[in-house]
Design a protein around this ligand. Structure first.
Ligand SMILES: C[S@@+](CC[C@H](N)C(=O)[O-])C[C@H]1O[C@@H](n2cnc3c(N)ncnc32)[C@H](O)[C@@H]1O
Length: 482
């Protein structure tokens, strides 16, 4: 997960932004949304739906070219000004376009290339984004082809660098629309994973498994919730299924969860089934003093507190800690909170157990955050691994003799997982792996590796309905202090 890790495991997200499958919001007036987004002196308010397409192309550029996280840009409160200026329904459309364009980026690129008479000029990045925005709608979204094409042409007219390519964009997208069936645009295995990531996945898991992970990335993650009380009861009430690990899975869900039964009264919180596993590794925590040292927004803190632990929740980020407090307040759970760098924290007495759910590259969350594949790279993985090594080393001093230390994160990369633990043990002879036992993870025994550590992948937990399948990629190791 990135250094500020806002995306981790879908914890506590009140609004979710999975790509909309059909139908789009407000289908009766699909391109509505007069807005005041202005580009190159042209007000898109004159043309319904154009503002949304311009913003989508601009944000795609911010993500792919400037490697800005989509979460920050697509935030209705603090996001990109162009996005904030749009009506709610157009914001939904922009999210759908962006997430779809990223999820199927390789396939879309191939489709566009096949419809071009000659390659695009290499520096025509704005034009490429306009084409990708148009193609995402034509190929995957419930937008009439004619509207997607016309608005892409109109977007060219607005962008001074793309003005002279309007005819070409019209021809390419119309051909795509005409031939989408015969082009057989089935994604080729692995083509939607950028090269840096594919190389690392193949190195870590072998080609076959890397391709299975790539295939799993093409389906948005289901909505998973962790229930405070009777999970079976809430599975029934919400029409979900109860996974063997105790998570309730609601399948594809594409709207604010705040309106669902039980949210307001604090009966449950959003948390991917894999993200719920690290806190379970502590076993029965009733009465134990536990430090959650990378706590915000608080999914794992809530698990520990609702299981009866006395939790100290610590995080370096005051804003994220505010969210933790709001979340815990809604759930009516009490914990001690501390805002500081964990490296500066000196508890009066060591804890029975410590959790370090570290910042990481978050490559395990690509099903819900397809931008990660384009905003991160191998150098960032290495950099984050160094941060994690430091955090883990600091956390070790806060564990009492005989106590437990769980290290976790939502990266698929062994540098941030298995190798991190090997490194840690080489310099901390007083710790050893306390192997996870099969009976602790019913239905997920395959996620326990030969050293007794936990490794989940998006291709795990298959289901007949792909919308009910999969897990975030997560790593967790349980260590015991001598
Ligand atoms: C992956 S998120 C934690 C998610 C959280 N455990 C949950 O389940 O909701 C990682 C957190 O580590 C925090 N963090 C990063 N560096 C830190 C440091 N040096 N000290 C304390 N917290 C830190 C980030 O602010 C971020 O909130």
């Amino acid at each position: 997960m990135s250094a500020d890790t806002p995306r981790r495991g879908g914890n506590f997200d009140a609004t979710r932004s999975a790509p909309r499958k059909k139908p789009l919001p407000g289908k009766s007036a699909p391109f509505g949304g007069h807005d005041s987004y202005v580009q190159d002196g042209y007000s898109a308010g004159d043309r319904p739906g154009l503002g949304a397409r311009l913003v989508a192309a601009k944000l795609l550029s911010a993500i792919v070219d400037a490697r800005t996280s989509a979460d920050g840009l697509l935030d209705g409160g603090n996001g990109h000004p162009g996005f904030r200026a749009l009506e709610g329904r157009d914001q939904g459309l922009v999210k759908a376009i962006i997430l779809t364009a990223l999820r199927f980026r390789g396939t879309i690129e191939r489709a566009i290339d096949r419809c071009l008479d000659r390659p695009l000029p290499p520096n025509a990045t704005a034009l490429r984004h306009i084409l990708h925005v148009g193609a995402a709608q034509v190929l995957y979204l419930d937008v009439p082809d004619s509207a997607a094409v016309d608005l892409a042409v109109a977007a060219c007219a607005v962008d001074s660098r793309s003005q002279r390519f309007g005819g070409m964009v019209n021809a390419v997208l119309r051909r795509l629309a005409r031939e989408k069936e015969s082009l057989k645009l089935v994604s080729k295995p692995g083509e939607n994973v950028p090269e840096w990531l594919m190389q690392r996945l193949v190195a870590a898991y072998g080609k076959e498994r890397a391709l299975a992970i790539a295939a799993a990335h093409l389906t948005p993650a289901p909505l998973d919730i962790t229930v405070k009380g009777d999970a079976a009861l809430w599975a029934e009430k919400l029409g979900g299924i109860l996974l063997p690990t105790g998570t309730v899975r609601l399948g594809a869900f594409d709207g604010p969860v705040t309106g669902l039964p039980g949210f307001a009264e604090g009966a449950w919180w959003v948390q991917d089934a894999a993200a719920a596993l690290p806190a379970k590794l502590f076993g029965d925590v009733a009465g134990l003093r536990i430090a959650d040292l990378c706590a915000a927004p608080g999914g794992k803190t809530a698990q520990l507190a609702s299981a009866g632990a006395k939790v100290t929740a610590l995080d370096i980020n005051a804003n994220r800690m505010k969210r933790l407090q709001e979340n815990l307040g809604r759930l009516q759970l009490e914990v001690e909170t501390v805002v500081t760098d964990l490296a500066r924290y000196m508890p009066e007495t060591p804890f029975d157990a410590v959790l370090v759910d570290s910042p990481c590259s978050s490559t395990g969350t690509i099903r819900r955050h397809p931008d990660v594949a384009y905003t991160k790279d191998a150098a960032e993985v290495e950099k984050l691994a160094e941060v994690q090594a430091r955090l883990l080393g600091e956390a070790a001093r806060m564990v009492r003799p005989g106590g437990l230390l769980v290290f976790s994160n939502c990266s698929l990369d062994p540098e941030e997982g298995e190798h991190m633990i090997t490194r840690f043990l080489a310099t901390h002879g007083d710790f050893s792996v306390d192997p996870v036992r099969a009976e602790e993870l019913p239905g997920l025994e395959a996620a326990i590796d030969s050293r007794g550590m936990l490794r989940t992948r998006p291709d795990m937990l298959p289901a007949e309905d792909p919308k009910l399948a999969g897990l975030d990629g997560f790593f967790a190791a349980r260590l015991r202090k001598a």
